[in-house]
Design a protein around this ligand. Structure first.
Ligand code: WT7
Length: 649
């Protein structure tokens, strides 16, 4: 398979960018010609950002799994599609060829159907990083069921909330999974979740750890028992409309409960594949290793869908970077001769802490391209990655994107456009970023690519603003499940006719973007998005808590840590147990990933006369910027600020 749309030089990038902006329909229609369709589209694009309503490839019929699987059977049937590396290196790995993956998916479709799943149903998937997770995802897509994957680190309550919101009627899970030295008992978390919701009729349980689990008869069935009943190796793929929902993935925002981001079939397929092939400069035969869990969008787009559509060999790793030692990633790179390696800055920073000792005796010669995603990469981590992993031979692509964008939006293209430490650099073809000020006015000189030309030799200043996108791309969020108005309000209402990312950014004179971080009340902890409001709600469920305010603070490894200021009711005497209690409550309501790093009990929070908590002040204190807190005269009780400063952790 070749990729006629793969960009081969910087000049070609500029040229393609220009075409994509001037003639987007021609551009994306051209890319789409390289995919397998059951029926081609009538119209490439129809859109407005008011409602919003975005429709790509209207009239087309397809199934994404025919592109991920069937089309590769002719020439890649025996090529590994998925290489699975277990948590424990002494355990056996598994390699699934494209033929084997195809058959497994076809068989599992029948299992789903036998268990009552119909096209359009929502299926909750709560699994460890094992091939069955990819099989479950692809089987849903093949039969037109909508998957909602929930990361294995979320609590029973979080799962129950997501099940209810998406009205899922079936869960696919496993007895458990391994993460480093820990066993994660996924099935018991599901059992607990299902006590909180009555939507679920069936639970399919994959045996992985081999531990005892309780099976409720009539509700719970074993994956392998169900599979044993299947006799057919083939199962035709359901015909899907271009804009049919492909999946829901929950993500945190600045308000309320996590929202179900919806992606649809055709546009998502085109954009994840296009960006995979171009950003990483994938070459047929490459071994590709993305370390992200499939519970996050990176795993959806760049462990499963993008690489498989491109016919790549994708590695799924069950474990963590530091187990059994900090050389684990590099052993995997050497074991499979990985060419493209994609990870998160937080992983790099945590490995930096172990020094270069774990790198001794690692070859790393197979590596050609390195990537990062999830949060800004600080210069120190960038240089460490470049020097010690890439050995100055490998371009580093710093890929900025979001759950809502479906695929990489701003990034250098490996070996094609220049990287710049801590800069995501230039937009991909089809992406028109725009920086605006608080009032929504475009920041002069920030309108990259309006005419498809970057001002590479311009003498200008670096400008900053809130990062927006002016034009739809194929994998843009379509809606938030069950609540379209929420989608409009969150992304399209802040600035009329623009998609607002929630991020702040700088743009240098050459047109390179540097993402500076969220400008809303969303934290980025180890590359995971956490809404401060969500954490506060969880904390407030602890008995005796009156109220709380959660802010971020710079954290050496996680990027951002979680700092909680909490008031307890006056009769209550604060003890060490309260700290543990609050922490446990967050763990129970959201999951371990949202546990505060610091909890400070205070007698009051800084509030304005209208009762609004002044987060700006708390943020500064948490960051250690005790001087220069700005104007605090509007506070009802300015003395609490002194108390909070004095008690800072
Ligand atoms: C937020 C999206 C997209 C996959 C993982 C996270 C931050 C993401 C970068 C980057 C600076 C980045 C942004 C964004 N972010 N990539 N290369 N440089 N910041 O997906 O959970 O939807 O979070 O992650 O703040 O808005 P997500």
């Amino acid at each position: 398979m070749s990729f006629p749309y793969q960009i081969k030089s910087f000049e070609e990038y500029l040229e393609q960018y220009k075409i994509s902006i001037e003639q987007p329909e021609k551009f994306w229609g051209g890319v789409a010609e390289n995919f397998t369709w059951k029926k081609k589209w009538d119209k490439v694009l129809e859109w407005n950002f008011k409602e919003p309503r975005v429709r790509w490839f209207e009239g087309a019929k397809l199934n994404i799994t025919e592109n991920c699987l069937d089309r590769h059977l002719a020439d890649k049937a025996d090529q590994p599609a998925i290489i699975w590396e277990p948590n424990d290196p002494s355990q056996k790995n598994r390699i699934l060829s494209y033929r084997e993956l195809y058959i497994s998916v076809c068989r599992f479709v029948q299992v789903l159907k036998n268990n009552g799943v119909r096209k359009g149903d929502r299926v909750c998937i709560y699994m460890p990083m094992i091939p069955e997770l990819a099989i479950a995802v692809l089987a849903c897509a093949r039969m037109g069921a909508i998957h909602s994957v929930v990361f294995g680190g979320f609590s029973a309550q979080s799962i129950a909330d997501r099940i209810e919101d998406a009205k899922c009627n079936i869960v696919i899970t496993a007895d458990g999974g391994n993460r480093g030295p820990k066993d994660i008992r996924l099935k018991s978390v599901i059992d607990e979740a299902l006590q909180k919701t009555s939507y679920i009729q069936k639970v399919i349980v994959c045996k992985h750890l081999g531990n005892e689990v309780s099976m409720i008869s009539g509700r719970d069935v074993w994956w392998h028992d169900e599979l044993a009943k299947i006799t057919q190796d083939e199962m035709p793929a359901e015909t899907m409309d271009a804009e049919d929902m492909l999946f829901i993935l929950y993500t945190s925002g600045s308000t309320g409960k996590p929202k179900g981001v919806v992606h649809s079939c055709a546009g998502y397929m085109i954009y994840t594949t296009y960006s995979f092939v171009n950003v990483f400069q994938y070459k047929p035969g490459d071994i590709y290793f993305c370390t992200a869990d499939v519970g996050w969008i990176t795993g959806h787009s760049y462990t499963i869908y993008g690489p498989l559509c491109a016919g790549a060999t994708t590695i799924m790793f069950e474990g963590i970077p530091s187990f059994p030692d900090a050389g684990r990633f590099w052993d995997i790179v050497d074991k499979y001769k990985v060419n493209i390696f994609y990870t998160a800055p937080t992983a790099i920073r945590s490995l930096m802490g172990f020094g270069t000792e774990p790198l001794k005796n690692k070859s790393l010669q197979s590596l050609r391209v390195l990537g990062t995603v999830g949060e800004p990469i600080n210069e120190e981590a960038w240089h460490w990655y470049d020097e010690n992993i890439g050995r100055h031979r490998c371009p580093i692509v710093d890929t900025w994107w979001q759950t809502e964008t479906g695929g990489i939006m701003i990034s250098n293209l490996a070996g094609i456009s220049h990287g710049k430490p801590s800069y995501a650099t230039l937009p991909l073809p089809g992406i028109i970023p725009l920086l605006v000020d608080e009032k929504g006015h475009p920041v002069p000189g920030s309108d990259a690519g309006k005419d498809g030309v970057f001002r590479r030799d311009a003498k200008g200043d670096t400008v900053s603003g809130n990062l927006c996108i002016r034009f739809p791309w194929p994998s843009i969020i379509r809606t938030t499940y069950g609540d379209h108005e929420r989608c409009r309000l969150n992304y399209f209402a802040t600035y009329p006719d623009l998609y607002f990312t929630g991020d702040g950014a700088l743009r240098d004179a050459e047109g390179n973007y540097r993402i500076t971080g969220r400008v809303d009340d969303v934290l980025n902890v180890s590359g995971h998005r956490i809404g401060t409001a969500e954490v506060e709600n969880a904390i407030n469920m602890y008995p005796d808590v009156v109220e709380s305010a959660v802010v971020g603070f710079p954290h050496d490894i996680k990027g951002q840590g979680i700092y909680a200021f909490v008031t307890l009711n006056r009769q209550h005497h604060v003890s060490g147990d309260d700290k543990t209690g609050v922490s446990k409550m967050v763990n129970q309501v959201i999951g371990a990933i949202a546990k505060p790093d610091k909890i400070q009990f205070v007698s009051g929070l800084p509030k304005t006369r209208s009762g609004k908590i002044m987060r700006r002040i708390l943020r500064k204190i948490a960051e250690g910027e005790m001087e220069n807190l700005g104007d605090i005269s509007t506070l009802v009780d300015p003395t609490v600020v002194e108390e909070i400063k004095a008690g800072r952790l």
